[in-house]
Design a protein around this ligand. Structure first.
Ligand SMILES: C[S@@+](CC[C@H](N)C(=O)[O-])C[C@H]1O[C@@H](n2cnc3c(N)ncnc32)[C@H](O)[C@@H]1O
Length: 258
C-alpha cells in the first residue's frame, strides 16, 4: 500500500522552516548527534531528515550518512543546498519515503531522528510499525536514537494565535499565522497554519496546513519500545545525557541498542 502524500511541510512551510531554523553546527543538539556519528563504525541513517539541517553538515564532515523524508518540498530544499555546495550534477544520498513504509536491503550502525519529529507519526499502530521498520534496519549492536516531545512541552498561552515572519534573500516575506490548540484526550498538539508569500506588500501565494503532533506521556515510548528485543534502552532528559527522572521534562531522548 502506498501512503498519500504528506499534507504538511509544503513549499512555503519549507521556506519558512529553513529561515526559522538555520544550520547550527555549534548548537548542543547538532553536537549531540554528531558525537553518535563519530562513534558509529558503519553507515548512518537519518529518517525524517527534512531539508538537511543535520544531514548536510554531517555529510560535509565526512560521515557515511543517508536520509529520507516524506515531504518532496523539504527534499527539494535539501537537494538545492547540496547542489550549491557540490555542483549542479551532485546528488545527495536521500530518498522520498514514509518511515512506516521505508525498506532497504541495507542495515545501519546508527539511526537517529532528532527534534521530536517522531511525534508527527500520530497513530499508535503507525508508530509501532515505524519502530519495527527502524529496528529491522539496524545492524546487530547498532544504535537507534529517538527524540520525542512530551505532554509537558505544551503550555497553555494567553492567546491561541501565533504569528511569525521571515524575509527571504530577495526581500519577499514569508508570513505565518497559526491557531494552536491541544486535544487532551488524543494527546495531540494541533496547529492550523496559514503561510503567505508577500511581495511588495501583496500576497502572491497562500498555503494552509493542519499540523498535528503526538505528545508522549513520560512512560509511553518505553511501552512501545518494549515490543522490540533491544538489548539495552537508555532514556535521557537532556542533551547532557542526564538520566530521565523528571516527569515534567519537555523532551526525552531514547538510546536503544539492538
Ligand atoms: C520538524 S521536521 C524535522 C526535519 C529535520 N530532522 C530537522 O531537524 O530540521 C519533520 C520532518 O518529518 C517529515 N515527516 C513527517 N512525517 C513523516 C513520515 N511519516 N515519514 C517520513 N517523514 C516524515 C516532514 O516532512 C519533515 O521534513
Amino acid at each position: 500500500m502506498t501512503r498519500d502524500s504528506l499534507t504538511t511541510y509544503l513549499k512555503l512551510c519549507t521556506e519558512f522552516y529553513d529561515l526559522d531554523k538555520p544550520h547550527d553546527e555549534q548548537g548542543q543538539e547538532f553536537q549531540f548527534y554528531a558525537r553518535y556519528c563519530k562513534q558509529a563504525c558503519g553507515p548512518i541513517l537519518e529518517p525524517m531528515c527534512g531539508s538537511g539541517r543535520f544531514l548536510i553538515p554531517l555529510l560535509q564532515a565526512g560521515f557515511e550518512i543517508e536520509g529520507f523524508d516524506a515531504s518532496v518540498h523539504m527534499l527539494d530544499a535539501l537537494r538545492y543546498k547540496y547542489e550549491r555546495l557540490y555542483g549542479a550534477s551532485a546528488k545527495p544520498p536521500v530518498s522520498h519515503a514514509f518511515v512506516q513504509d521505508f525498506s532497504s536491503e541495507k542495515c545501519y550502525e546508527l539511526i537517529f531522528i532528532p527534534f521530536g519529529s517522531f511525534g508527527l507519526i500520530i497513530d499508535r499502530l503507525d508508530a509501532l510499525k515505524s519502530l519495527e521498520v527502524l529496528y529491522r534496519h539496524l545492524m546487530s549492536g547498532g544504535i537507534l536514537v529517538l527524540e520525542i516531545e512530551t505532554l509537558a512541552s505544551y503550555s497553555l498561552a494567553a492567546s491561541p494565535w501565533r504569528y511569525g515572519v521571515h524575509t527571504r534573500a530577495d526581500g519577499a516575506q514569508i508570513v505565518l499565522n497559526a491557531h494552536v490548540s491541544y486535544d487532551e484526550s488524543a494527546q495531540l498538539y494541533e496547529a492550523a497554519c496559514c503561510y503567505e508569500l508577500v511581495v511588495d506588500g501583496s500576497v502572491q501565494q497562500r498555503e494552509t496546513e493542519f499540523f498535528k503532533q503526538h505528545l508522549y506521556r513520560f512512560d509511553e515510548m518505553d511501552e512501545l519500545l518494549a515490543h522490540f528485543p533491544f538489548s539495552r534502552v537508555k532514556k535521557y532528559q537532556n542533551f547532557e545525557k542526564g538520566e530521565a527522572q523528571d516527569k515534567g521534562s519537555p523532551l526525552l531522548i531514547y538510546e536503544c541498542i539492538k
